[in-house]
Design a protein around this ligand. Structure first.
Ligand SMILES: [Zn+2]
Length: 75
């Protein structure tokens, strides 16, 4: 299966996190327990609104590292 980056985004617990776990087709289903890049173990939320949540900063940083893309942190 083609994966452009070695991680997937997963909305959970009020933020958009990233995870290296393989993403099921259609995305992580709501309630699925996922280990995310910031070290948390969270339950995915696949609702439509969840995709509007802010990106978890530690996950964003690690996702950029994994993708080999420099991250410009805006403060
Ligand atoms: Zn996170």
């Amino acid at each position: 299966m083609y994966r452009p980056h070695p991680f997937s985004w997963v909305p959970a617990a009020g933020q958009r996190h990233a995870s290296t776990e393989s993403r099921p087709p259609g995305g992580f289903p709501t309630g699925m327990a996922v280990t995310v890049l910031c070290g948390e173990f969270l339950h995915a939320d696949n609702s439509e609104l969840a995709w509007l949540w802010n990106t978890c900063p530690p996950c964003n940083e690690k996702a950029h590292l994994l993708a080999g893309v420099p991250l410009v942190i805006q403060r």
